[in-house]
Design a protein around this ligand. Structure first.
Ligand SMILES: Cc1cc2nc3c(=O)[nH]c(=O)nc-3n(C[C@H](O)[C@H](O)[C@H](O)COP(=O)(O)O)c2cc1C
Length: 186
């Protein structure tokens, strides 16, 4: 097993080049989501794999201005779900957690296959809904931008994004988020 390798390799790169998207890739990624754990096995996830050039072009209009780099996407995975499709236990609402886990399976598998799979929050859910015909009751949770990593840094990137292409953005120290046996125990 080499899960750790994919975890270490995964990066939210923003310099992309085109990659031909085949149905077999989509099925492979979907299978990895399908196998994910979910509360009561509710499987609350829905995905739209957008890869036709004319649909990708339409999606450009839904991207926020800092995400112009995503116009080079070969595929955009639109992650959808709704609260009622999964466990709600008092104030614990599980659909976003379960959909996040399934989506991470997709991202890690894409990484293993040598692709970039970069989730973004900078988009208009309203425009995305309109372009793709998504019903109101489904939340547009994230877009995952898929492509091939380009060694040439995208001209559209600003300083901080260029830095992030070269080096992984800094992480909190493990001792800042891990406790041993009891809350507060470092
Ligand atoms: C929910 C979510 C939303 C994000 N939104 C954006 C975004 O709108 N634009 C962007 O360029 N990166 C976005 N990112 C990527 C993060 O900036 C990136 O994961 C983080 O800086 C760490 O870098 P790394 O993933 O390469 O380790 C998002 C990531 C997540 C998980």
């Amino acid at each position: 097993m080499d899960v750790k390798k994919a975890i270490e390799k995964r990066r939210a790169y923003r310099s992309l080049e085109k990659k031909d998207i085949k149905k077999s890739l989509i099925k492979d990624l979907a299978r990895c989501a399908q196998l994910s754990a979910s509360c009561f096995n509710n499987q609350p996830w829905n995905y739209i794999f957008v890869y036709k050039p004319e649909m990708l072009n339409k999606m450009h209009d839904a991207l926020s201005s800092g995400n112009d780099w995503a116009k080079k996407a070969s595929m955009i995975i639109v992650v959808l779900g709704k609260k009622d499709d999964d466990c709600v236990i008092y104030d614990r609402i599980y659909y976003r957690f379960d959909i996040g886990m399934a989506t991470q399976n997709i991202i890690l598998r894409a990484t293993e296959l040598g692709l970039v799979a970069h989730p973004i929050a900078g988009y208009s859910p309203r425009k995305t809904r309109k372009i793709l015909g998504i019903p109101e009751e489904l939340d547009v949770i994230t877009l995952v931008i898929v492509g091939k990593h380009s060694k040439k840094i995208n001209d559209l990137l600003y300083e901080k994004q260029i830095e992030a292409e070269k080096e992984r953005p800094e992480r909190k120290k493990i001792q800042d988020f891990v406790f041993y046996n009891k809350y507060g125990n470092k």
